[in-house]
Design a binder for this molecule. Structure first.
Ligand SMILES: Nc1nc2c(ncn2[C@@H]2O[C@H](COP(=O)(O)OP(=O)(O)OP(=O)(O)O)[C@@H](O)[C@H]2O)c(=O)[nH]1
Ligand SMILES: *[C@@H]1O[C@H](CO)[C@@H](O)[C@H](O)[C@H]1NC(C)=O
Ligand SMILES: *[C@@H]1O[C@H](CO)[C@@H](O)[C@H](O)[C@H]1NC(C)=O
Ligand SMILES: *[C@@H]1O[C@H](CO)[C@@H](O)[C@H](O)[C@H]1NC(C)=O
Ligand SMILES: *[C@@H]1O[C@H](CO)[C@@H](O)[C@H](O)[C@H]1NC(C)=O
Ligand SMILES: [Mg+2]
Length: 391
């Protein structure tokens, strides 16, 4: 695990855990029962116990842990985060969606029971609901997206948008001609976290149909994010097709000129740019996997940022992806220490795969992937640009 200096961490938090424990035991009989010291000691060797100092009350909408679970790190359900999975999909994505959820349940969630929120611009089919419900016992909510958060706004100049799609098609860009792909990118950039089913959660883990989780997670990544005060996490970093975002960076620069106070000190600009912000080097986090804090997207800075981008029409006149938009925002408006690379999470969204290269991490996670195939330092990877900002 990428935890720094576990020994020191445990020591420095022991006091806090004990103090919290005594207060809670005295005031909550149920807490006392669930965490009697014999149980705590038995679970001591499990990684998760290290995070108990950041325990938050179980979210009211999170069901009790599944019967077969040993509890989160053996500490019952008091320690789950205020978190949910979110999947945007079409009814026709059902087979891929089932495959992704099976994989996620097997490698992580069967022991945690974090809820799922599914989003679609159309009503969910009975088949989709039935097939997904069959492969998880976790709570599931089925959301429909409000019309205006999905479809091309009426103020977009359709002639200009058509022209943009035509030009991109000639350049042989993937999804060049697709309006629905653009709807999806704009929705993921600026709206999903405002959906009423997501408002009650702080953390989300984005999952797509047809992805694979290749390693068993020996800890709860949500509680890790919380404990380490992270905001945004990724597993794969790569280059964007520049033809999809010709004016994005200039728009970003206009925004930061207007609001210089929003730019974080010690940010991750060195990941996004090779010349101190003059140009964008196309490096971004691959957003089909994300674990992040929705309160960052909901906050003043990102709200203004998205509105500024959206007003230019670039999501339709060009083909701005939610991946560069999220990555640029995280990279500029957050200190770099709040962005995390989850090496332990073996993840595949074909054609790319992150498989932990370190032998101990790979073994501990019982990873089913070939570390030789990992994207990390392949030719299309931006992992070097990520590493260099910490050197
Ligand atoms: N409801 C809905 N979901 C969509 C639509 N288009 C894409 N999605 C979802 O949005 C996410 C991203 O779309 P993908 O088609 O996977 O795009 P991608 O990951 O860039 O490209 P792929 O390599 O094809 O996976 C996935 O979760 C899709 O299921 C759509 O028109 N409606
Ligand atoms: C705590 O444990 C005792 C003894 O096992 C039991 O009688 C009591 O009902 C429990 N309290 C709660 C709130 O679970
Ligand atoms: C877990 O939480 C649920 C809902 O808050 C509660 O009903 C259940 O008793 C809790 N279980 C334990 C072991 O604390
Ligand atoms: C979970 O997070 C959301 C968003 O920050 C917040 O509104 C809600 O009150 C939180 N719920 C709990 C139980 O902490
Ligand atoms: C940035 O602002 C300048 C000055 O207002 C403007 O001329 C230019 O078109 C803007 N660039 C983009 C990409 O919006
Ligand atoms: Mg995809």
């Amino acid at each position: 695990m990428a935890l720094n200096k576990p020994g020191r961490y445990v020591l420095s938090t022991l006091g806090l855990i004990f103090a919290l424990h005594f207060i809670l035991s005295a005031t909550h009989e149920q807490y006392g029962n669930a965490t009697s010291f014999s149980k705590l000691t038995a679970a001591w060797n499990k990684e998760q116990v290290k995070y108990t100092d950041t325990a938050v009350p179980a979210h009211p909408d999170i069901a009790p842990l599944p019967k077969w679970s040993n509890g989160v790190g053996g500490v019952a359900n008091a320690t789950r985060a205020n978190a949910t999975f979110v999947m945007l999909a079409r009814n026709s994505d059902v087979n891929g969606a089932v495959q992704s959820i099976r994989s996620l349940e097997d490698r992580f969630n069967r022991d945690y029971g974090y809820p799922y929120v599914f989003l679609n611009e159309e009503p969910w089919s009975d088949e989709f609901k039935k097939r997904i419900s069959a492969v998880t016992n976790a709570p599931i909510e089925w959301g429909v997206i409000p019309h205006d958060w999905w479809f091309q706004p009426s103020w977009i100049n359709e002639e200009k948008a058509t022209e943009g799609r035509k030009k991109m098609t000639e350049q042989g860009i993937i999804y060049a001609d697709s309006v629905s792909y653009r709807n999806m990118c704009r929705f993921n950039s600026g709206f999903f976290f405002k959906h009423k089913l997501l408002l009650k959660y702080k953390w989300y883990w984005r999952v797509e149909p047809d992805v694979h989780f290749h390693c068993t997670l020996p800890f709860d990544p949500f509680l890790y994010m919380e404990a380490q005060k992270k905001v945004y996490a990724f597993t794969i970093a790569l280059y964007e097709w520049s033809a999809t975002i010709p004016t994005l960076w200039d728009t970003v620069k206009n925004f930061t000129k207007k609001y210089p106070e929003y730019v974080a000190k010690d940010n991750a600009m060195g990941f996004l740019s090779d010349d101190n912000g003059a140009g964008f080097n196309m490096c971004h986090f691959w957003s089909n996997f994300e674990i992040a804090d929705m309160d960052f997207w909901r906050g003043e800075i990102y709200t203004k940022f998205f509105e500024f981008l959206d007003a230019t029409g670039g999501f339709y006149y060009e083909r701005w992806g939610d991946a560069p938009v999220h990555s640029i925002a995280a990279g500029i408006f957050l200190p770099k220490s709040k962005i995390h690379f989850f090496n332990e999470i073996g993840y595949e969204h074909p054609p790319n795969i992150h498989c932990p290269k370190d032998d101990d991490v790979w073994k501990k996670g019982m990873c089913g992937c070939d570390p030789g195939r990992t994207h990390d330092y392949g030719p299309y990877s931006c992992q070097h640009q990520w590493d260099r900002i910490f050197q």
